[in-house]
Write a protein that binds this ligand. Structure first.
Ligand code: 4AD
Ligand code: MG
Length: 431
């Protein structure tokens, strides 16, 4: 007997196979039982025909409870109507463990109830699909950067510095010293770029933001590439080809999952480099013309502003050259005017908001020191960072892509809480 998984059944058409699975759902009549089986690799329908099996087996198929674990044997059959394209004509069913009173039933449940049962909710078809797409984006990220000559470098999680401002830090004790959980690995990645040229990190980051929006997590995963000798324009090119690459990877490898989520793939097929660009100045003018009279030059964009800008395009759009006052200390000023910096945020279509923040970095020692002073940052903590500008300083650039916002956008899922296995939210540390 061939032991296999649901994702591999296409190799065994008309053969009998054995699969370890759970009963996701079930319906039956007097003569036939339909078992919705899941095994982690996918979902398949098992058909149990009373006339073809023993009386005991049919009884057990009719009585098996939701989320019981089973070994099922059956013949793989082509089935055009099912999303998978196959079903299993069940010949044997062995219950491994009977599940009683599984809390997540096929009826509707409230979000808080589902979030309290996140450890079980992950088994659902929808959550399974989102996690598979997240996994594909992770796989494609490593593939893209490895194919393009980047080395993966892992910055520390416990740090003494605050690249994105001091207001959103998780403070902790590091023995007798004060330390913070990393809000970005960027400063360390700049050091790594001077050693390895093109580098990227992929790790958890923490923001003690009291935000309760559909785009904010307290703990999220960020991909942070950093490139020596890359200037502003070079940086945007990497971003648009990276984002196009991961969207294409999901289209190529996750068609079943996108279908499960009801995602309109025609909008994803349009996501190909180059991406449109608009300067901050023009974005402000555009918004004012659209009737947003609450915004003026120097203000940061809120979600409604970003959405209004994104609606003009069917691809992600770069908003470039933000006012210096809105951005962190490390961004390189525009050489033609010093009130804006060489930065860009990438705004996803369909209201998903900012998925990337990036910039060229200041590489002049005196200017960087001045900016640290202006931001009232403790020079001692940044001594090592300043030293990067003392020994062969070069223009360099980088960016950070938020994994969960990207998964939400590509999957078409409304809220980032469904795009990470165990979300950390303002009011949630359980499970
Ligand atoms: O724009 P941010 O704060 O940029 C940085 O941290 C830079 N140091 C990155 C770099 O240049 N190396 O964050 C980058 C991205 C955002 O565009 C967003 O996608 C995501 O990280 N992000 C969040 N995602 C979920 N929840 C939050 N609270 C997030 N904050 C930022
Ligand atoms: Mg940002």
């Amino acid at each position: 007997m061939i032991k296999t998984t649901i994702s591999e059944v296409h190799k065994y058409v008309d053969q009998e196979v054995k699969i370890g699975a759970w009963i996701a759902n079930k319906r039956s009549s007097g003569k036939i039982a339909f078992l919705q089986l899941r095994d982690g690799s996918g979902f398949i329908q098992g058909v149990v025909v009373k006339a073809d099996v023993s009386e005991d087996m049919f009884k057990s198929a009719k009585s098996v409870t939701q989320e019981s674990s089973v070994y099922v044997t059956g013949k793989v059959q082509k089935d055009e109507r099912s999303p998978l394209g196959f079903e299993l004509l069940v010949t044997g069913l062995e219950v491994i463990h009977e599940s009683t009173d599984y809390p997540i039933t096929p009826k509707e449940h409230g979000t808080e109830f589902l979030m309290d049962h996140r450890h079980l909710w992950l088994r659902s078809r929808r959550q399974h699909a989102v996690m598979k797409i997240r996994n594909e984006i992770i796989r494609a990220t490593y593939a893209f950067f490895n194919e393009n000559g980047f080395s993966k470098v892992d910055p520390p999680i416990l740090t003494g510095s605050a690249p994105e401002g001091t207001s959103e830090l998780f403070a902790t004790k590091y023995f007798d010293e004060d330390a913070y959980l990393s809000q970005s690995g960027q400063l360390y990645m700049e050091a790594a770029a001077m050693a390895l040229g093109k580098v990227f990190s992929f790790g958890p980051t923490f923001r003690a933001e009291k935000s309760k929006t559909r785009r904010h997590l307290i703990e999220f995963w960020m991909i942070e590439p950093e490139m020596a000798f890359y200037e502003f324009e070079d940086n945007l090119k990497v971003q648009e080809s990276y984002v196009s690459y991961i969207v294409q990877a999901v289209l190529d490898h996750c068609s079943l999952e996108l279908k499960t989520l009801g995602r309109d793939t025609t909008v994803l097929e349009k996501i190909k480099a180059p991406f449109p660009r608009i300067t901050y100045d023009d974005a402000i003018k555009f918004l004012q013309e659209k009737g947003f009279d609450d915004i003026e030059w120097g203000d940061d964009f809120g979600a409604p502003h970003e959405t209004a800008i994104a609606e003009s395009y069917d691809k992600p759009v770069f908003i470039t050259h933000y006012p210096t006052s809105l951005k962190p200390f490390y961004m390189q000023p525009d050489p033609t005017r010093d009130d804006v910096v060489l930065c860009a945020d990438l705004i996803a279509p369909e209201g998903y908001g900012e998925i990337i923040g990036g910039s060229e970095r200041i590489h002049d020692h005196a200017l960087l020191k001045q900016r640290l002073d202006e931001h009232k940052l403790d020079i001692d903590a940044y001594k090592w960072y300043l030293e990067l500008r003392q020994y062969g300083s070069v223009p360099h650039s980088g960016f950070g892509l938020g994994l969960e916002r990207t998964v939400a956008w590509i999957s078409g899922v409304e809220h980032v809480r469904e795009t990470i296995p165990f979300p950390r939210l303002l009011n949630r540390l359980y499970p």
